[in-house]
Design a protein. Structure first.
Length: 400
């Protein structure tokens, strides 16, 4: 058996769903051919004739699937540091908005930025994620709120995927907020829906998202966006139940959404509906922390119903300026009481399900992409336990 590359003497967290916990192999090996995993298992079971063009001995280091950040707003213009400072001084949301802050400030800066500028600023944030072992990242639009800028954001996201060794999944989030100066939400929703076929035809978006909330769009308006996405052959996902319970989780499940995200106010019925539909609960502790929320997502209900749970940075300029998925794992455990196994699965196997890519990535099984994160740690718990550590030893994307 001949491999392109062979990694030996490793602790391997396979995340194989057929095995308990993390599917941990205490001393294992992984062989890759043509960018895919060709063999994985205990080193003692490696075929006697196994050979490789390159063999890497890992001396017991931990190997996980490449990490997946399944919810980000990585592409945007400007900064919201000033309003963060204003909030610390006691300014209210309304006061910040009147001073030109909030999402309107990001929309203004993003509209003014060229595609090259958007790519350059996002690349800095992306590189921080890659330095921790991320091999797949979802990037949303949503800060243009007009056809030209939303399209430019998605083009910038596609360029990031071509320029860096990372898999980029793009999501159109035109229904993020009503644009400044637009008094009619229904009329704006029609514009959002009208752009979807073009984005699908030009392959700029893999999915469509919306923000279903009192300050954003109603369940009825969201359903119209979803119908347009489905008609164009695109998957859907939803910012749901973050600030109130508009039954967004149930709505997402009813439309077969890949994921519903945030979910602080989701009820038991919503959790059950998501489990039945296979809709992943994407938990975003960064926004919970920055906004100093007190209502936590119903993790116990998700466990009870068997709802898949993923974790993501929600990297954005206003409510989660986070570019560390390892920090998010710690927050998920500390703030939401996820276990070590749930946190690691949440940024690998379950995150892959949240992107509709579970057949390709997220676990270390033969036939899947050879995306690896190799860490200089003794136990998986260290990935979740340490804060501010940089334990990545090596990152492998598609076998290289």
């Amino acid at each position: 058996m001949r491999f392109d590359r062979l990694w030996r003497d490793a602790q391997i967290a396979t995340l194989d769903p057929r095995k308990p916990g993390l599917g941990l192999l205490a001393r294992g090996a992984i062989g890759a051919t043509d960018g895919r995993i060709a063999w994985v298992g205990p080193e003692a079971d490696l075929p006697a004739n196994a050979d490789a063009a390159e063999t890497i001995r890992l001396d017991g280091r931990l190997v996980t699937p490449g990490l997946i950040d399944c919810h980000t707003h990585l592409v945007y213009g400007g900064s919201r540091a000033k309003e963060f400072e204003m909030r610390l001084a006691g300014a209210t949301y309304e006061e910040i908005s009147r001073a030109g802050g909030g999402i309107a400030s990001t929309v203004k800066a993003t509209r003014a930025a060229s595609e090259d500028t958007l790519v350059a600023s996002a690349r800095t944030r992306l590189d921080r994620l890659l330095a921790e072992g991320v091999t797949t990242v979802e990037i949303k639009s949503g800060y243009g709120l007009d056809d030209a800028t939303e399209t430019r954001m998605l083009r910038a996201a596609r360029r990031l995927g071509r320029d860096a060794d990372v898999r980029v999944v793009t999501t159109y989030l035109g229904a993020h907020a009503t644009p400044p100066g637009e008094p009619d939400k229904d009329a704006y929703v029609e514009k959002v829906c009208a752009l979807i076929p073009t984005l699908a035809r030009e392959k700029l978006a893999d999915a469509v998202d919306a923000f279903c909330e009192g300050i954003a769009f109603s369940p009825e308006q969201t359903a119209r966006v979803f119908a347009a996405a489905k008609a164009a052959g695109l998957s859907v996902k939803l910012h749901a139940d973050q600030l109130s319970n508009l039954h967004g989780a149930r709505l997402a499940a009813a439309h077969g959404a890949l994921s519903a995200d945030h979910l602080e106010h989701t009820d038991d019925e919503g959790a059950a509906a998501m489990a039945q539909a296979g809709t992943v609960a994407v938990l975003l502790p960064g926004a919970f922390y920055v906004l100093r929320e007190t209502q936590k997502p119903p993790v116990e209900a998700f466990r009870r119903h068997g709802t898949r749970m993923a974790l993501a940075t929600d990297c954005n300029p206003g409510t989660s300026p986070v570019t560390s998925l390892l920090l998010i794992m710690n927050m998920g455990a500390t703030l939401f009481r996820l276990t070590v196994d749930e946190a690691i699965a949440g940024v690998t196997r379950e995150a892959a399900h949240a992107l509709g890519l579970a057949s390709q990535i997220g676990t270390l099984e033969p036939g899947k992409a050879c995306d690896l994160a190799i860490f200089d740690v003794d136990t998986p718990a260290e990935l979740v336990y340490r804060i501010g550590a940089a334990p990545l030893f090596s990152r492998v994307y598609r076998g290289a």
